[in-house]
Design a protein around this ligand. Structure first.
Ligand SMILES: Cc1cc2nc3c(=O)[nH]c(=O)nc-3n(C[C@H](O)[C@H](O)[C@H](O)COP(=O)(O)OP(=O)(O)OC[C@H]3O[C@@H](n4cnc5c(N)ncnc54)[C@H](O)[C@@H]3O)c2cc1C
Length: 491
């Protein structure tokens, strides 16, 4: 049931919007998050390298440089409080024999200016010991022990769930189509689900932040999508990588990264190519070859044998190549959180702090609630526990004993819990993000139809209504019985 008026409306439920909601829900405020997709984290937040960067890469005078390191420190507490999968495995910028190794020293200096702790230059011997499969052409590296890896969509979901637990409201499949102003001040938004009044509107619309900014006449934000393509490997793979490994960076990209994920997959990528469309998530032969060849320079034994999927994400790059987090000059109550390209994931809590500061400067009273819920209940994660632990769960509820996704060992109960959770999963991919059903070697070949049926049963809809992700991405077009029936009628 929506309120007559909100203090703050947040447009977009990627990690930026969810972090802002998480932060603001700590105060006595009425908050509404509006997301056009059927789930949180379906934009850039779902397709990236999933690294919590240490913070040595961006220039200290840029917002990116200032916020990354702060976010890196904050995230360590948040993942504990909100039970988000995270591992502080550290990162390396690896210099090869033919590289310009002075870049490593420059990054060290930049990192020190950004206040990044523990940075160290390591030699070939260190590298060979820590990363046994690394090319013997690797001679020197910058070691950043504070970097880590995270499950990005669960990070955003956890932030949003905590915001909801603290009283924020979220409406999915609700697209902001216009922002209303009166006498130079924000008064609310128009959506496909009706109008909502608010004193403040936060534009965290990712790739579409320039379009939303234009709704109040701001022309200076100009988002150009920059694509990154990836290969992801199965857990059962030829060899392990222990840290996040970057090559020497270029001017606009950190280069082809080789890393493990929190779920122990191997991930290589991304490319960095401007594309015309904000919806162009297609992978290309050229891009993927670039990824594989780049990764092979680092790990000569790498093959594609155990790769299970390719995917692409789009960086929401503003022409300034920096975050644009600021109050609008001519429209009171409108705040942009735009141009949030990498390291947007790593910076999210620091971005949220900055937005709260901006709102306070703009006249919003931030009065902390007395009974803030700080934690989130940890969901069962069958994919990472022992058989003994699984058996104990199954004793409690026999639906834990029914394994739906065999590749990732996901039980019926976990899937039902995801569909009935605080921000319910309504699509097959939303279930995958919450449980890993369909994320394994067969990529949903076996469990996909069963997950579709479970969603239909739990939501009380027909399987022909269940979607993979957004828009009209239906999985079942017709039922054979129905087709036979209609043919029968025709005869
Ligand atoms: C290839 C690649 C690699 C990256 N690697 C890393 C990394 O390793 N570490 C790191 O820190 N960062 C990384 N990033 C950056 C990071 O992923 C992004 O900065 C972050 O996910 C941006 O989140 P966001 O919430 O700003 O945008 P998004 O996640 O895109 O969210 C914006 C949301 O707004 C919604 N929306 C848009 N218009 C409307 C509207 N009109 N009404 C309602 N809703 C709307 C969208 O549906 C979307 O859900 C990477 C990015 C890419 C592409």
């Amino acid at each position: 049931m929506s309120k007559d008026k909100y203090d703050v409306i947040i447009v977009g439920a990627g990690v930026s919007g969810c972090a802002v909601a998480w932060k603001l829900a700590r105060y006595n405020l009425d908050i509404l998050i509006l997301e056009k997709a059927p789930d949180v984290a379906t934009g850039t937040t779902k397709a990236n390298t999933a690294i919590i960067h240490a913070g040595y890469n961006a220039d200290p005078e840029k917002q990116k440089g200032r916020l990354n390191k702060k976010g890196n420190v904050q995230i360590k507490d948040i993942v504990e409080d909100l039970s988000v999968p995270f591992e502080q495995i550290g990162s390396l910028v690896v210099g090869m024999e033919d590289d310009d190794l002075s870049v490593i020293d420059e990054l060290l200096e930049k990192g020190k200016e950004n206040g990044v702790e523990g940075l160290e230059i390591v030699d070939k011997e260190w590298l060979q010991k820590e990363e046994p499969h690394l090319s013997d052409k690797a001679v020197r590296a910058l070691w950043a022990p504070t970097a880590g890896i995270i499950t990005p969509w669960e990070f955003a979901l956890a932030l949003a769930e905590n915001a909801v637990a603290n009283g924020a409201e979220i409406m999915l499949e609700t697209e902001v189509q216009d922002v209303y102003t009166e006498d130079g001040k924000v008064t609310g938004v128009k959506t496909n689900q009706g109008d909502f009044a608010a004193d403040y509107v936060i534009n965290a619309a990712g790739l579409y932040a320039d379009d939303v900014a234009r709704m109040v006449g701001i022309e200076k934000i100009d988002i150009h999508p920059r694509k990154g393509e990836y290969y992801i490997y199965d857990h059962a793979k030829d060899f392990e990588i222990n840290h996040v490994l970057f090559p020497i960076p270029t001017k606009i990209s950190k280069g082809i990264v080789c890393t493990k994920t929190v779920e122990d997959n191997l991930l290589i990528g991304p490319t960095s190519d401007f594309v015309d469309s904000k919806e162009d998530l297609a992978t290309t032969r050229e891009g993927l070859d670039h990824v594989f060849n780049g990764a092979k320079k680092m790990f000569p034994d790498l093959t594609l044998k155990d790769s299970i999927r390719v995917f692409a994400g789009l960086r929401a790059a503003d022409t300034t190549e920096d975050f644009v987090i600021e109050a609008a000059e001519d429209v009171a109550g409108f705040v942009n959180v735009a141009g949030i390209q990498s390291p947007g994931l790593s910076s999210a809590p620091a971005v949220a702090d900055l937005v709260a500061e901006i709102l306070e400067n703009e006249g919003l009273t931030l009065e902390e609630k007395e009974d803030i819920i700080e934690t989130r209940e940890e969901p069962a994660r069958f994919y990472e526990i022992s058989n003994e632990e699984r058996a104990a769960y199954a004793e409690e509820d026999k639906e834990y004993g029914q394994i739906i996704c065999r590749c990732e060992t996901v039980s019926l109960k976990e899937i039902k819990d995801a569909i009935n959770g605080p921000i319910p999963a309504r699509t097959v991919n939303a279930v995958k993000r919450r449980t890993r059903a369909g994320a394994g070697r067969c990529q949903g070949g076996f469990c996909g139809p069963r997950v579709t049926q479970i969603i239909a049963d739990e939501l009380g809809i027909d399987t022909t209504e269940v979607r993979l992700e957004k828009d009209n991405s239906k999985i079942v077009e017709h039922k054979i019985k129905g087709l036979l029936g209609s043919q029968g009628d025709a005869e």
